[in-house]
Design a protein around this ligand. Structure first.
Ligand code: PAP
Length: 332
């Protein structure tokens, strides 16, 4: 009788390196690389760290994405509130859907990541080149790309970019929890200390965190009509103020009638952590790549990092942030 083989789970899709172009494989041989927290290897491309499948998406997107002037691009570093920003912007731009039939709103049956797809992680993943010309205007996309890596058509067009950032301590803790949910069981959990050290050295997906934030902070100062800079903490504190600002920036301010009807509140309620995280689709649904939607909803609070980081860790991150941002005018 043959000896039974131990059952080995196939690696998750994002860890496989099939479907890569020769260009991508060749490029990685010349890029600096380091061990990652989820993927075995991260590669530094244009100053920022990517796992290999993500890198393929970045290259394909850079070569093939053609921005239109009316496009809206939502930009974040991972775990800065991407899901929330996607929901709010989708609801804002499509608010006629709310008025027509609130019970049929797409956000009630679809995860925000399906309604506002990532360029390099979804649309251009695995060297695929989608036809996006048939989408209705304004097209809503998202990306974690740093500003230096945006496709040239984004820089050359008049499309609008909304950047949402979050304080690095909560971002790191959220990211650490998330990556542990994504890691295959046989890899075990990543140690908080090791992941923290890498994050501080800039070695995290789309890191260094501070360079990512600063790239868009400077762009928002230079091109305020094209790049809006938002902070998660401020949105949590004064959501109505920032949703109104966002509507104005996107050229669709709330009318006095909409204000009277309480539409700002309705949108915020629809997109709240409580509402989204309790929807059937977000409790039990999965991405086509297998990640569960519920992984995108943990606590949704400001300051949770204090429950996970030691005083020394907090001091170290605060010092790095101070040093990196000191002459930028940005406080996180
Ligand atoms: P992504 O960049 O991988 O898409 P992203 O949505 O930025 O993930 O990060 C998830 C974080 O946003 C989680 O934070 P936490 O780990 O500190 O809890 C998640 O809980 C939070 N989040 C998700 N939806 C909302 C929401 N509607 N309102 C506020 N925070 C939210």
């Amino acid at each position: 009788m043959p000896t039974p083989q131990p059952s080995v789970c196939p690696p998750p899709k994002f860890l496989k390196d099939d479907g890569l172009t020769q260009e991508c494989r060749d490029l990685t041989t010349s890029l600096p690389s380091e061990g990652g927290w989820i993927a075995n290897h991260l590669f530094r491309y244009q100053g920022f760290w990517h796992h290999i499948r993500q890198l393929q998406g970045v290259l394909t997107c850079q070569s093939h994405f053609h921005a239109q002037d009316s496009d809206i691009l939502l930009v974040t570093t991972p775990k800065s509130g991407t899901t929330w920003l996607k929901a709010i912007t989708f609801a804002l731009v499509n608010r006629f859907l709310y008025v027509d039939d609130p019970q049929q709103h797409p956000l009630l049956a679809n995860n925000p990541h399906e309604l506002v797809p990532f360029l390099e992680l979804k649309l251009y993943v695995e060297n695929q080149v989608p036809d996006l010309t048939t989408l209705t205007s304004p097209r809503l996309f998202s990306t974690h790309l740093p500003s230096v890596s945006l496709p040239t058509s984004v820089k050359d067009s008049a499309c609008k970019l909304v950047y949402l950032c979050r304080n690095p301590k909560d971002t790191f803790v959220s990211f650490w929890h998330f990556t542990n949910k994504l890691r295959p069981a046989e890899m075990g959990k990543s140690s908080l200390e090791e992941a923290f050290d890498k994050f501080c050295r800039g070695v995290s997906l789309y890191g260094p965190f501070w360079d990512h934030v600063l790239g868009y902070w400077k762009a928002s100062l230079e091109f305020p009509e094209r790049v809006m800079f938002l902070k998660y903490e401020e949105m949590k504190k004064q959501p109505k103020v920032h949703v109104r600002r966002l509507a104005e920036f996107l050229g669709c301010p709330f009318s006095p009638e909409e204000e009277k009807k309480g539409l700002v509140d309705s949108i915020l309620k629809l997109c709240s952590f409580n509402n989204l995280s309790n929807l059937e689709v977000n409790k039990n649904g999965k991405m086509s790549t297998g990640e569960e939607y519920k992984a995108f909803f943990r606590k949704g609070e400001v300051g949770d990092s204090i429950n996970h980081l030691t005083n020394e860790m907090i001091k170290r991150l605060d010092e790095i942030t101070e040093e990196k941002l000191h002459d930028s005018g940005l406080k996180l």
